[in-house]
Design a protein around this ligand. Structure first.
Ligand code: PLP
Length: 427
C-alpha cells in the first residue's frame, strides 16, 4: 500500500509488498494487474472478503498466524473481556502468567519462559542467551532457513534459491561484517557435513539453531537426533525455531512430534491466534540469566520488549490454545494435510507439471520450476515463476495463498470441502 503525491493512496499489490522485491530482473514484473489489486476487509474462519465483497478461501491464514481461523469467537471474546494494560514489562499481568504456565506444561523443552512481541525477537533472544550462557560467539544455522528479520534470520538467506528479500550480501543489508562472521551455515538434513563444521568450530560455537521442519522440508530420519547428540557432546546449545511448527505439528510442537528436546525454543505466529506475540524458553539454568536477580553478572541478558506478553495478546493466545488443546484437533489437521498433499500431487502429475509437493501436518508447499518467458511490456526474455501464474489463476477463482519465488505456501485449518475447492481450482 503506497502513497504517492500524484495518485494519492493506491494499492500496488494485494498479497504483500514482497512482490516488489522479487529478484526477477525487473521488479515491476511482480506488480499485480490493476483488477487484482484488492484490499481485504473481513475474515471469518478460513474465508476472506475484500472491500468489493469478493470472497476467497484463505490458504494463507495470515502467514500461519491464525490457525484457529479468523475472528474465532473464543479469541474475540477473550480479547474483548481483557482491558489493555499495555506492557507486561511494566507490571506482571495475570494473563501472561496463566499463559506461561500452559506453555511450560505443553512444551517438553520449557522449564521457564519469557514473552516478547514477535517470532523475530524470540529467535534473537534464544541466540543471545546461547552466547551469554556458553560465553562463545558463533551460531550455526542451516542453508535456506529463515529466523526472522534479525541478523541471523537474514544472514545469507536462501543462498541456493531466488532470494525473496533483497539481502544476499549481509554487509549491504545493514548487518556488520562482525555479526555475519559469527554465523556459520550448514546444509539442512546433511548430518555428516554439519558434524564436520560443529567439530571444527566446537570451541567457538554457542548454539545450533534449526527450524525442525525447515520451510516445509521434513527432517530426514536421525537428523534432529544427531544434532541433539552432537550439541550435547560439545556443550553447545540446541535451539529450535518453532515459530512455524509450534502448536502446529502437535500441541507440543516439533519437540513433541519428532521427539527431540532442544535446550531453547522460540515461538510466535499461531501462538497468538492472530495477535502479536512471541515467546522463548527452555532449560531453567539457561533461562535464569534473564532474571533481574542476575543483574550485574557478566552473563546477564537484558530482556525488554514493551508490548511483549501484553495482556491482550496473552488473553488471545490463551483462548487460541484452549481451542487447539481440544479433542482430535491434531489428528484432523494431519489427515487434512495428507489429503491435500496427495490431491495436489495428483493434479501436478495428471497435468504434467514439473514440481513437488512437500510438508507435514497442516503445512504444505508446492515447489515449482522457474520459467523463461517474454515479458509483454519490455519484449525481453525474463525469468519468471510459474508459482506466480498459478497463484494468480487461483486468486481469480477465489483461492488465496502466498507465493514466494518458485514456491506456493499453504496453511491449513480447513475442512475437506474447502480442500476439494482448492484442488478443483488448481486442476
Ligand atoms: N522464524 C521462522 C521459522 C519464521 O518463519 C518467521 C516468520 O516467518 C520468523 C521466525 C519471524 O517471525 P515474525 O515475522 O513473526 O517476527
Amino acid at each position: 500500500f503506497l502513497y504517492d503525491n500524484a495518485r494519492g493512496p493506491h494499492v500496488t499489490s494485494f498479497v504483500s509488498r514482497s512482490f516488489k522485491v522479487f529478484p526477477a530482473g525487473s521488479n515491476g514484473e511482480f506488480d499485480l494487474p490493476e483488477d487484482l489489486a484488492i484490499v481485504i476487509s473481513r475474515g471469518q474462519g478460513c474465508e476472506l472478503w475484500d472491500t468489493e465483497g469478493k470472497h476467497f478461501y484463505d490458504f494463507s491464514l495470515g502467514w500461519g498466524s491464525v490457525l484457529v481461523g479468523h475472528a474465532r469467537e473464543e479469541v474475540v471474546e477473550a480479547v474483548t473481556r481483557q482491558a489493555p494494560l499495555g506492557s507486561n514489562f511494566a507490571y506482571v499481568n495475570e494473563q501472561s502468567l496463566l499463559l506461561a504456565e500452559e506453555i511450560v506444561r505443553l512444551s517438553p523443552a520449557c522449564e521457564a519462559l519469557r514473552f516478547c512481541a514477535s517470532g523475530t525477537e524470540a529467535t534473537m533472544y534464544c541466540q543471545r542467551l546461547a552466547r551469554a550462557f556458553t560465553k562463545r560467539p558463533k551460531i550455526l544455522k542451516f542453508e535456506g532457513a529463515y529466523h526472522g528479520a534479525n541478523e541471523i534470520g537474514v544472514t545469507s538467506l536462501f543462498p541456493s534459491d531466488p532470494p525473496p528479500f533483497p539481502t544476499p550480501d549481509p554487509t549491504s543489508a545493514g548487518i556488520t561484517r562482525l555479526v555475519a562472521d559469527e554465523v556459520l551455515i550448514a546444509p539442512f538434513n546433511d548430518l555428516e557435513q554439519t558434524a564436520a563444521i560443529i567439530e571444527q568450530y566446537a570451541d567457538e560455537l554457542a548454539g545450533v539453531i534449526v527450524e525442525p521442519l525447515q520451510r516445509c522440508v521434513p527432517p530426514v530420519e536421525g537428523f534432529l537426533e544427531g544434532l541433539r547428540e552432537l550439541t550435547q557432546r560439545h556443550n553447545i546449545l540446541l535451539l529450535f525455531d518453532e515459530v512455524v511448527t509450534g502448536f502446529r505439528l502437535a500441541y507440543g510442537g516439533a519437540q513433541e512430534y519428532y521427539g527431540v528436546v532442544p535446550d531453547l525454543v522460540a515461538y510466535g505466529k499461531a501462538l497468538g491466534g492472530g495477535y502479536p506475540i512471541g515467546a522463548f524458553g527452555g532449560r531453567a539454568d539457561v533461562m535464569n540469566i534473564v532474571r533481574e536477580d542476575h543483574l550485574g553478572q557478566d552473563d546477564y541478558v537484558w530482556v525488554a520488549s514493551t508490548l511483549g506478553g501484553n495482556p491482550i495478546s496473552t488473553a488471545a493466545a490463551r483462548a487460541a490454545l484452549g481451542v487447539l488443546s481440544g479433542e482430535n484437533v491434531y489428528p484432523r489437521l494431519h489427515a487434512l494435510g495428507n489429503y491435500l498433499r496427495e490431491g495436489m500431487r495428483g493434479v501436478l502429475e495428471e497435468r504434467g507439471v514439473e514440481g513437488q509437493v512437500i510438508g507435514d501436518g497442516p503445512l504444505a508447499q508446492i515447489v515449482l520450476t522457474k520459467e523463461n518467458v517474454v515479458d509483454y511490456r519490455s519484449s525481453r526474455h525474463v525469468d519468471t515463476y510459474r508459482a506466480r501464474h498459478i497463484m494468480l489463476g487461483l486468486f481469480h477463482r477465489g483461492i488465496f495463498l502466498n507465493p514466494m519465488g518458485t514456491k506456493l505456501y499453504l496453511s491449513l485449518a480447513h475442512d475437506e470441502n474447502t480442500c476439494d475447492e482448492l484442488l478443483d481450482c488448481l486442476d
